[in-house]
Design a protein around this ligand. Structure first.
Ligand code: AMP
Ligand code: MG
Length: 353
């Protein structure tokens, strides 16, 4: 299959040809990659079992890892979800359109192929203009997991999507680099107490300010214990992984720098290419041929925006060994650490103070 690449700007009528082509592909059961405010998504008709099967096949995604259904109009939520608690409407009013996914009880309209066999459905309304227009014209129910090959870092540019999915999907809509760069926050509203399943741009604090106390799925912070199955099936798989071996180094900053410098030197003596994921404050202290500046330590928006593209850059440069500084486990830092831990296969080096 030839994969087309078409640019869109997010305003009609400039995008009319792109949307027409996208609509033709989706209606004939095909797949289109789209920009969203979080990461690029791989879109298909969420109510068509064969489209969902094609999404799993194109990504190489395990079929028990359910897909998020994207909508553009809140009234459409009632068609795919039932027994919707009041808190879901409160959250939708506050955070939609935006990077929040809610798990709700599904209706019969949603095939089990889309929900990975579960009787619940994940629903989100993106704020990105191109995504919104696409869902309105090609949906209204669009299944769209992240548009990367399963296990790889999520895609924040159309070029990354082409790297992973060229020849496997009909069209990539190039809307430029995405804004947030990390996937949506996922909250399960099917139990008595809402439960955070995946940290994201919308923090636990913000959610609690809106709907009161929420639990956190223990698997979110499960750094070493592998025995607790996560409630979001996708969280059990290794994710976001670069080809090189990534380790996170935690501890007092001077110790982290000297440890990483020592390890990079050893690795280069052994003929291995090293990289360091550092912050603006420390990046000049590393002696390594590739030091990637993720942004100021307290500017977590920039760090999350740069994270996946930095992991991909390590692959482009053929890096064998990667060290990353650790981040604060609160607010957006929780989402950054969650993605880093998965990318590192939970390899954390804790240095004494
Ligand atoms: P991605 O589409 O790559 O952002 O991944 C979607 C995430 O949502 C995965 O971790 C899924 O396991 C999770 N997810 C989707 N639907 C459900 C559901 N019904 N219940 C729990 N988790 C879900
Ligand atoms: Mg994903």
């Amino acid at each position: 299959m030839k994969t087309k690449l078409m640019k869109a700007v997010g305003r009609m009528p400039e995008d009319e040809d792109v949307m027409q082509e996208a609509s033709r592909i989706i209606r004939s059961g095909g797949l289109v990659a789209i920009p969203t405010e979080t990461v690029y998504g791989l879109a298909g008709n969420a109510l068509d079992p064969s489209s969902s099967k094609k999404i799993y096949a194109a990504k190489g995604r395990p079929s028990d890892n359910p897909l998020i259904v994207h909508i553009a109009d809140i009234n459409d939520m009632n068609i795919i979800a039932c027994d919707i608690p009041e808190k879901a409407f409160t959250l939708a009013e506050k955070f939609w359109p935006g990077p929040l996914t809610m798990i709700l009880k599904k209706t019969d309209a949603v095939p089990f192929e889309t929900t990975g066999g579960l009787d619940t459905v994940a629903v989100r309304m993106p704020s990105d203009e191109i995504a919104h227009e696409f869902i309105r014209l090609c949906g209204p129910f669009i299944a769209a997991p992240s548009a990367n090959a399963s296990g790889r870092p999520s895609c924040t540019t159309a070029e990354h999507v082409i790297e992973d999915l060229d020849g496997k999907i009909g069209l990539v809509i190039d809307g430029g680099q995405v804004g947030i760069g990390l996937e949506s926050t996922i909250i399960d509203l099917t139990g008595d107490i809402p439960c955070l399943l995946r940290p994201g741009y919308i923090s636990k604090d913000e959610l609690e300010k809106t709907i009161g106390p929420i639990d956190v799925d223990p698997a979110v912070y499960n750094k070493n214990k592998k025995n607790i199955p996560p409630k979001a099936p996708g969280m059990k798989y290794r994710h976001y992984a670069p080809k090189g071996e990534l380790s996170i180094v935690e501890g007092p900053v001077e110790n982290v720098i000297s440890y990483i410098n020592g390890e990079c030197q050893k690795a280069s003596v052994n003929g291995k290419k090293c990289a360091v994921l550092a912050t603006r404050e420390t990046c000049r202290s590393y002696r390594c041929s590739l030091v990637i500046d993720l942004g100021n330590r307290d500017d977590e928006d920039t760090v999350s925006h740069n994270l996946f593209s930095s992991l991909r850059r390590c692959d482009e440069e053929g890096i064998d060994v990667i060290f990353s500084e650790a981040f604060e486990d609160s607010g957006l830092g929780s989402a950054i650490m969650n993605r880093l831990l998965k990318a590192a296969g939970n390899r954390v080096i804790k240095l004494p103070g």
